[in-house]
Design a protein around this ligand. Sequence first.
Ligand SMILES: [Zn+2]
Length: 255
Amino acid sequence: MHAAGAAYRQNEAVPYYRDEGVVLRTQKLGEADRIITLLTREHGRVRAVAKGVRRTTSRFGARLEPFSHVDLQFAEARTLDVITQAETLRPYAARMGADYGAYTAGTVMLETAERLVTEDGEPAVQQYLLLVGALRAVCEAGRPAPQVLDAFLLRSLAVNGYAPSFDACARCGVEGPHVAFNPSAGGMLCAGCRLPGSARPAEETVSVLAALLSGDWDVVTAAEERHLREASTLVAAYLAWHLERGLRSLSHVQR
Ligand SMILES: [Zn+2]
């Protein structure tokens, strides 16, 4: 993964690299360290060690909490790279932590991003931009966290090759509107393709789903609560189908 790291010799300068990223998760390591899992702009998912960050004297421990958007310097190492500098770009950890609804929705975003980016060190720029955009939408644009989450989940699945279809039939492609929704089939189904057990969402709910996917916030903002809720249920079903098992954190989201 780190080509430059292969050439380690004594007295050779340690290779450093910089990137920006969002902290997805932290785990304790030893007495005072943490392993920080990040989604970075250039290097995709990165797991790196932050040394001494659990000591109260740590210079950057507080900057490496989940949701933190940080600029980082890493030192390459044989196993896990080491974080040597961390500067806060946006204080999303504090803002997400101050609002329970935002926090629970945001936790699903972090977990989904970690699950969908399966290879450490492989760039996942679209997924990274979706995550930063969603945090910005909640923390800066003040958009409702449950709908930002639903839009994030649909778009995340789309950039990973599981784009749902809310207009044309997901199986045969005939133009909609259609009345049946089936996660396993990839979205809406026409009368001829309809599978047993398909949901029959309200027409307005299908419009909300399409608007969440395309980012048409005028439609989302104008929607009735019951249609937003029904859309959330279908997004959760779609996500669950496409991830091997459901996300633990999703059950905590207030919808
Ligand atoms: Zn069809």
